[in-house]
Write a protein that binds this ligand. Structure first.
Ligand code: TYM
Length: 343
């Protein structure tokens, strides 16, 4: 079967923008043709200032929330990145062949480091994409479901895989006693059409994000019905007649219709024709209901999962041990291909 991997940072407020990936992993995990691995990237979470007292709890609750989105743990491996040491080990090996120029060009690095200021930025923020590449390449992944904002990191992962395959794979590896061939599978990004870039409720031109100061800008997966209703009531709109996708003068309109499409499960065409003659007063309660209907079962499963932390820990431990088995093989091959003395 095809292998699918993805990761998410542990954070206190998991918002609607992030839901797409667990939904996708969830639906693929229920199919027999895919093998899914899904991890909480706690090692990535320390690349910007963070609160050490909250990291472990955020890791656990993020894992629970993702499981609640429908990931089938009898089939998928769900685990914590730091529990599989091979991620960091492979990262070191990969970093030797990653040109600094590639990392300097990363948009997320530029944005985040600009915001924090040079003296406050650790080296790990720069090498962040190398760790991400190792998360993916360790498992010889075929597909990586992500949002639009991770596209550039995926592109770098692909280029890095090609580069390492070229430098150390194939005949050179065979001469060193390996089986030859490619060391890494070159993965493909899977960016679903609806929800790949969910925008802020208060500004249709910026991304819905966990770090935005105002909680009004996002719908959190654990928001209550009243909170959701209030956020939708107060969200930014416009005063043009009707509702439509794709009008560059109406980014908020496009975003709210896209959110409706995402949570209602309807097609874009259905949503476009259903809403074309609506005004905001009609649409907002419909959107609110669709959001509540979509999130309620997730919230119920979330409280079930968090009520039994022993069970959750067991799922994470099993996930880590399945992942380790795959990761060990890849890492061993890379060491051999790069010429290290066997231990
Ligand atoms: P993170 O934790 O910021 O986000 C998790 C996933 O959610 C997507 N996403 C969004 N999609 C649509 N609209 C939004 N507003 C929005 N905000 C976030 C992200 O694209 C991501 O897919 N570097 C990654 C985590 C990571 C990873 C990996 C992903 C580490 N290693 C290996 C895939 C494979 C990140 O910070 O995602």
């Amino acid at each position: 079967g095809k292998r699918v991997v993805s990761g998410v940072q542990p954070t206190g407020s998991v918002h609607l923008g992030i839901i797409l990936v667990p939904l996708k992993i969830g639906s693929l995990s229920r199919l027999d043709t895919y093998e899914t691995l899904f991890f909480i990237v706690d090692l990535h979470a320390i690349t910007l200032q963070y609160d050490a007292r909250q990291l472990s709890e955020a890791t656990r609750s993020t894992a629970a929330l993702y499981l609640a989105c429908g990931v089938d743990t009898t089939k998928a491996s769900v685990f914590v990145q730091s529990h599989v040491r091979e991620h960091v080990e492979l990262m070191w090996l990969l970093s030797s062949t990653t040109p600094i120029g590639w990392l300097n060009r990363m948009i997320q690095f530029k944005e985040k480091s600009l915001k924090a200021g040079d003296e406050n930025v650790g080296v790990a923020l720069l090498t962040y994409p190398v760790l991400m590449a190792s998360d993916i390449l360790l498992y010889q992944a075929d597909f990586v479901p992500v949002g639009e904002d991770q596209k550039q990191h995926l592109e770098l992962t692909r280029e890095l895989a090609d580069r390492v395959n070229y430098l150390y794979g194939g005949k050179k590896w065979k001469k060193l006693g390996g089986r030859g061939g490619a060391l890494f599978k070159v993965p493909e990004a899977l960016i679903p059409p609806a929800g790949a870039r969910v925008m802020s409720l208060t500004d249709g031109l910026s991304k819905m994000s966990k770090s935005a100061p105002s909680d009004q800008s996002r719908i959190n997966l654990l928001d209550t019905k009243d909170v959701i209703a209030n956020k939708i009531k107060r969200c930014k709109t416009d005063s043009l007649p009707g509702l439509e996708f794709g009008n560059p003068d109406r980014p908020e309109c496009h975003n709210l219709l896209s959110i409706y499409q995402l949570v209602s499960g309807k097609s874009k065409e259905e949503v476009a024709s259903e809403c074309q003659n609506m005004n905001w007063g009609t649409f907002k309660p419909i959107l609110t209901d669709a959001l509540v209907d979509h999130l309620q079962p997730i919230q119920e499963r979330y409280s079930e999962i968090t009520s039994d932390s022993g069970h959750l820990d067991k799922i994470l431990a099993e996930g880590a041990s399945r992942a380790t088995a795959i990761a060990e093989t890849t890492l061993k091959n890379v060491y051999q291909a790069m010429g290290f003395l066997k231990r």
